[in-house]
Design a protein around this ligand. Sequence first.
Ligand SMILES: Cc1cc2nc3c(=O)[nH]c(=O)nc-3n(C[C@H](O)[C@H](O)[C@H](O)COP(=O)(O)OP(=O)(O)OC[C@H]3O[C@@H](n4cnc5c(N)ncnc54)[C@H](O)[C@@H]3O)c2cc1C
Length: 250
Amino acid sequence: MTTIRRRRPPKPKLAESRIIERRDITDDLMLMWIEKPEGFSFKAGQYCTIGRDGIERAYSIVSAPHEETLELFVELVPLPDGVLTPLLWELGPGDVLSIRPRAKGIFTFKPKYPNHLLVSTVTGVVPYVSYLRDYLHRKASGHRFYVLMGASYADEFVYDEELKRLASDLPDLVSFVPTISRPDEERNDGWSGEKGRVNTIVEKYAEKYGLSPEDTLVYACGHPGMIEEVKDRMAPRGFTVEEERFWKED
Ligand SMILES: Cc1cc2nc3c(=O)[nH]c(=O)nc-3n(C[C@H](O)[C@H](O)[C@H](O)COP(=O)(O)OP(=O)(O)OC[C@H]3O[C@@H](n4cnc5c(N)ncnc54)[C@H](O)[C@@H]3O)c2cc1C
């Protein structure tokens, strides 16, 4: 009797991606532009899996799919907890990372709702920047984006200039509210904007903008505690909340 062995599909090979540019924003936040391997495609809001020395982690992609490079916004998790990020902090232009050939993730723009309330903490803004760049590139219409962005310090927003510009140039498309949770600290001197954690202002702005569960999808991305609170506040009001957690709370 002959036995027929089923062949397992071969594991997709890791590709390589060279770091093109690195920009340090604060001691623990940086932007990185890396090469997009040939044939690498993704939807706005998806993530890539990059690695170094065999250690791999997921990073949401800031760029829109039409852009030539992959732009990443990375927060350092210092030693002894962090594993890949301390290694990334040693790298710069010309250094090579591994990259999985396929992007993944379902935290993508859902066009069936006209309104999109996008709530983030620090690096959690990444998918939203990708949605907006892609939306503008596609010259799409019929939707509105309300971006609420939280951080401890004003210098952690990073994409605030891009979002402010969009909100000012296209007020019928984008509204943008950055908020800081530590207004009394010296590092935030001169801040005159919204204060408090981003999860505590979600209901206020949903009301101010006249958003209803029927016409609005809420997205929450970044700090797991923020995501939980946004769900606790918005789900009982009937809103559907999409979430993307970058890490788990111990
Ligand atoms: C879908 C997805 C998308 C992601 N996108 C991004 C992104 O755009 N930018 C980004 O910086 N990270 C992102 N992450 C997190 C990233 O994958 C790594 O976990 C992170 O960079 C830390 O890597 P590490 O190897 O240094 O530490 P890890 O070994 O991954 O984590 C060490 C410990 O730190 C915790 N941790 C991880 N990240 C943080 C954090 N930011 N703050 C506090 N504690 C943390 C972990 O839960 C763990 O307990 C994403 C994760 C997922 C699942």
